[in-house]
Unconditional design. Structure first.
Length: 216
């Protein structure tokens, strides 16, 4: 499964089977998390066999990913970007996921924080009872501030961003292609809006074939 296929097939799943993640899937997922931590400086952690944290929100969750890292202004965006990278890799492994705003209090004792670090958000992961449902989505013209001829890479990036999960499915983002070829993206302020921004940027980069230097 390609990343593009994973974007299309991945949906939020809130009910999971009582089934441990296979050894090979866990090994590969932990490898992806390690690489993301090395690139970002985050402290992302895979928690397995712990059913309490999600008990009041979802069904059957005993495995989840905790996103945390150095407490600074870029933490939420980095967690969104690298968390979504892990989510799509999990989809490629045949796992289901769901972003969740679980409170840090619900996770006490389940994960570690180093000095100067803060918790951001979590992701449920495992084998779902189903593969989730398609959600309604905006279209290209709803989230682009300019009209007229646009390069194919920009359109592909925006189309990929429209497949990105956002808090409460708001999709409250807008893209603008600047004259110098850079892209400006904005997200309406709200709960987890900076996490959404990171998720959207990851989708855009994967869809467009550009890297982080594309951003204005």
């Amino acid at each position: 499964m390609t990343i593009s296929e994973a974007m299309v097939q991945r949906h939020s799943v809130r009910k999971y089977l009582d089934r441990p993640i296979s050894n090979i899937a866990r090994f590969l997922l932990e490898g992806c998390i390690t690489k993301c931590n090395e690139e970002s400086g985050l402290h992302i952690q895979l928690i397995t066999g712990e059913p309490k944290a999600f008990a009041l929100m979802f069904s059957g969750v005993s495995n989840y990913i905790v996103l945390a890292g150095p407490k600074n202004d870029s933490l939420d965006e980095l967690c969104g970007y690298y968390g979504e990278k892990i989510v799509l890799f999990a989809q490629q492994l045949g796992l289901n996921t769901c972003w969740a705003g679980i409170s840090a209090a619900s996770l006490v004792g389940a994960f570690d924080l180093d000095d100067g670090e803060a918790y951001c958000i979590s992701i449920a992961v495992g084998y779902g009872e189903d593969h989730g449902n398609e959600r309604s989505t905006k279209v290209f013209d709803d989230v682009v501030t300019v009209s007229g001829p646009l390069p194919a890479w920009f359109r592909s990036g925006v189309d990929a961003a429209l497949l990105a999960p956002t808090a409460m499915n708001r999709q409250s983002f807008r893209f603008e292609l600047l004259d110098d070829g850079h892209v400006r993206v904005s997200v309406r302020r709200g709960v987890f809006s900076r996490v959404d921004l990171g998720i959207i940027k990851y989708h855009f980069e994967e869809g467009s074939g550009k890297d982080g230097s594309v951003w204005a």
